[in-house]
Design a protein around this ligand. Structure first.
Ligand SMILES: [Zn+2]
Ligand SMILES: [Zn+2]
Length: 392
């Protein structure tokens, strides 16, 4: 079949700009659109030709190739429709809809966007993603862990292997949409004609219908199921981190791909430790004499007990750092410390002997108390700020 020159088809000059080309095509497409000319074969051909010309001339590269090599050059740049060298009707309608239909085809056609490629048969719908909560302790976060999780989800029906058709019966192309999975609806209004694309109700957008639904799943192709899955949790995670387990969400209806299971991690509260990023915080009581004389004390850590030196003259509230005893950062990035705050425990329920000793001590030490004033820590902070202020 002889092909007309694209510029001639659109009725534009060879040096026409983008806007002229778009305008010319829009005019022709509206005139020859099949919805305006039902059953008119000539109009249909004109619509296809105009669309093909538009697809080439609107694209800088294709247009340059066409200008240099003619139709043979342009053909290398786009995929001809299923009908062979010619643009098919579906491609043409799609192009028109993309640029003038007011419907986002990316959504309807799975985001494939521009180009002249036919979209093929409708795809089954993907199943939903599911979410599950998983509580883990700080010890598990420190070492990494593997947990068992029970999930309830929709699984592919075993009887019909997901097709939704009773075994031995067939799945047929949907008669309502002819397998496209959607129907075009034309609305004529005072302002002109609008074309809408909506999913086919008969086949729910799948393009296929079963002749006899599976007796086990009722034609849906899936059944509720409960399973246990193993979740591997790496060290260093925090609340809100999640692990995506592919394919463990709900199966799609009638053979559609399964969604994912999203496991959201939650850190359980710990009765000894607190967490600040990768650092672990805890508070340890010491006696009056340990604080005054100094001692080596035992402190809990995530990896078991450790010893820590308390120097003589330690005030209550003093914080010590145990380097490297915190959490290993996620993906091995960073290593936290453990911060131990000591609290001097004031003895209660004294024995007679203890009381005597303390009374003896009291006579001496009262005179050596510093004068009342702002707390050490606050004073330190002031001094620090003042130092920085001077050097800055
Ligand atoms: Zn079934
Ligand atoms: Zn249908």
């Amino acid at each position: 079949m002889a092909r007309r020159d694209y510029y001639e088809v659109l009725g534009v000059a060879r040096e026409a700009g983008e806007d002229d080309i778009k305008k010319a095509y829009r005019k022709l497409a509206r005139e020859f659109h099949p919805d305006v000319n039902p059953g008119d074969k000539t109009a249909e051909d004109k619509f296809k030709q105009a669309t093909e010309a538009y697809e080439v001339l609107r694209d800088k590269e294709k247009r340059a190739r066409y200008d240099q090599f003619g139709h043979a050059g342009a053909a290398g740049g786009f995929q001809p429709g299923a009908g062979g060298a010619e643009f098919n009707m579906e491609d043409a309608l799609r192009t028109f809809m993309r640029d003038f239909g007011g419907v986002d085809l990316g959504d309807l056609f799975g985001g494939s966007g521009g180009g002249g490629r036919g979209r093929g048969p409708a795809q089954p719908l993907r199943g939903s993603d599911l979410q599950a909560r998983l509580e883990i302790t700080l010890e598990e976060i420190a070492a990494g862990t593997q947990k068992t999780l029970r999930v309830r989800h929709q699984k592919k029906c075993e009887k019909c292997t997901g097709s939704g058709a009773e075994p031995g019966t067939s799945v047929e192309t949907c008669p309502a949409c002819k397998g496209a999975g959607e129907v075009r609806q034309v609305q004529r209004t005072f302002f002109g004609q609008f074309v809408n694309v909506a999913p086919c109700i008969r086949c729910q957008g799948m393009g296929r219908v079963v002749t006899k639904p599976c007796s086990q799943c009722g034609g849906d192709g899936r059944m509720p199921a409960q399973e246990t899955v193993q979740v591997k949790v790496p060290p260093g995670v925090s609340s809100g981190n999640y692990i995506r387990m592919q394919g463990l969400g709900d199966a799609g209806p009638r053979g559609g791909a399964p969604g994912d299971l999203i496991v959201v991690l939650e850190e359980a509260e710990h009765d000894v430790f607190d967490r600040d990023g990768n650092d672990i915080l805890c508070e340890v009581p010491i006696t009056l004499s340990q604080a005054a004389l100094g001692d080596s004390i035992e402190v809990p850590t995530l990896g078991g007990k450790a010893r820590m030196k308390v120097p003589a003259g330690t005030q209550t509230g003093k914080t010590f750092r145990l380097a490297g005893k915190g959490l290993r950062g996620l993906n091995g990035r960073g290593q936290g410390d453990q911060l131990v705050q000591v609290r001097v425990w004031t003895p209660t329920n004294l024995t007679k002997h203890e009381k005597e000793l303390l009374e003896e001590l009291g006579k001496l030490e009262v005179t050596r108390l510093p004068r009342p004033g702002i707390l050490d820590r606050v004073r330190e902070a002031f001094r620090g700020a003042a130092r920085e202020g001077r050097t800055a």
